[in-house]
Design a protein around this ligand. Structure first.
Ligand SMILES: Cc1ncc(COP(=O)(O)O)c(C=O)c1O
Length: 395
């Protein structure tokens, strides 16, 4: 309270002002980034506020436009991915939608991988055409098909570092070259790899995107997304965030910062366990085929060793007999949970055709190689022997 206050302010005044007071001036800084859980920031002078909101001076105004905890996460992830700037969002889909919307307008054309996360496919097939943006779907492992799909007006080439759920790994440098030769941006969803396994910007992509809900958070307690790129490329993404408004909450930014600290350990463990499970599945008579980037049978094995610092924690496989045995297998698991999402401490199983990729038409799913018997496993941090025993008894 100002010292000159003529009388003690009333309860309501004291409650409002005391609740926003912070003791300061003592030696010692917080070791962790504090959660600056505030919607807005106060100014002592109206002209300073106007300068800051008009971006003529640095400062904080309103958490949709920027927040210190969120900014700490953005700068950490930008540096880890080798980008100049990162823009954080309230979800992976908010990040993907905003990054795409920021770079296209009516009359533009997008070339997209045909095997991507179902939500992204929903944006590409259900929304972009409504806004006059045409999308061509290709197999981004077929470089000739990608080259043939590019045309004047192509603004974006979109793919995933490790495709969801087929686990194909495209050639990032070659796709970057094709995109740039056509005057387009190469945008890539790096969720399945995480910045620990891959830094797409260093390989030739222009924009890297994460559902930070997954490996970056690592604990299934946060929904978040982030887009990383050059300062120039991120300027329209920031503008889109400010208008569309999918801002990350400060508490969630804190949880992501905490997740980043153990990302390397968690990824190493998930990769090692996934390799063991994939090898076990390959030998099992009830398994028809196993898709895992760490197997010598993986069709993109050379790219895996060239582009990734590990084979990842995601496995896809087909149970012999198709849909019914695949469903029975999932229902019989005791330790492994049937659940959406991935990249967390628990090992999770899902059936893409009826869940994460439900946005696809049957024909699109078939074209993308997602069969009805396809089962997806997100390998967590449990003891590998326990996971293998659970899978063995369920099979
Ligand atoms: C590869 C990939 N990208 C993006 C998303 C969307 O992220 P979010 O659920 O955080 O919106 C998902 C969600 O499962 C995903 O698997």
């Amino acid at each position: 309270m100002p010292e000159s206050s003529p009388k003690r302010p009333g309860f309501a005044t004291r409650a409002v002002h005391l609740a926003s007071r912070m003791e300061g001036g003592l030696p010692g800084e917080p070791l962790n980034v504090p959660i600056v859980q505030t919607a807005n920031f106060r100014f002592d002078r109206a002209d300073v506020y106007a300068e800051v909101i008009n971006e003529r001076a640095e400062g904080w105004v309103y958490t949709r436009l920027g927040n210190p905890t969120v900014a700490a996460f953005e700068s950490a992830i930008a540096e880890l991915e080798g980008g100049e700037r990162a823009v954080a969002f309230a979800s992976g889909m908010a990040a993907i939608s905003s990054a795409v919307i920021a770079h296209v307008q009516a009359g533009d054309h997008v070339v997209s991988s045909k095997a991507i996360y179902g939500g992204t496919h929903g944006l590409m097939s259900g929304y972009l055409p409504r806004w006059g943006v045409e999308v061509t779907y290709v197999d981004t492992n077929d470089l000739e098909a990608v080259r043939a799909a590019m045309r004047p007006g192509t603004k974006l080439l979109y793919t995933e570092t490790i495709g969801n759920p087929t686990l194909r790994v495209p050639d990032i440098a070659a796709l970057g070259d094709i995109a740039h030769a056509a005057g387009a941006l190469m945008m890539i969803d790096n969720t399945f790899a995480s910045p620990y396994l891959c830094r797409p910007l260093e390989l030739g992509a222009d924009v890297s995107i994460h559902s930070a809900t997954k490996y970056i958070s690592g604990h299934a307690d946060t929904i978040a997304g982030v887009v990383i790129g050059s300062a120039e490329g991120m300027a329209p993404v920031t503008k889109t965030l400010h208008v569309i408004g999918g801002a990350l909450a400060p508490l969630n930014a804190f949880l992501l910062l905490r997740g980043l600290k153990t990302l390397a350990l968690r990824m190493e463990r998930a990769c090692a366990t996934a390799q063991r499970i994939a090898e076990f599945l390959c030998e099992h008579p009830k398994i028809e085929c196993v898709h895992y980037p760490g197997l010598s049978s993986h069709p993109d094995r050379d790219l895996v060793t060239r582009q990734l610092d590990g084979s990842g924690g995601m496995i896809a496989f087909e149970v012999a007999g198709g849909l019914e045995p695949a469903a029975k297998f999932q229902d019989s698991l005791k330790l492994i949970a049937i659940a959406a999402s991935l990249g967390e401490c628990h090992t999770l199983v899902s059936h893409p055709a009826s869940t994460t990729h439900r946005q696809y038409s049957k024909a699109d799913r078939k074209a993308a190689g997602i069969t009805d018997g396809f089962v997806r496993l997100s390998v967590g941090l449990e003891d590998p022997e326990d996971l293998i025993a659970d899978i063995a008894q369920a099979l």
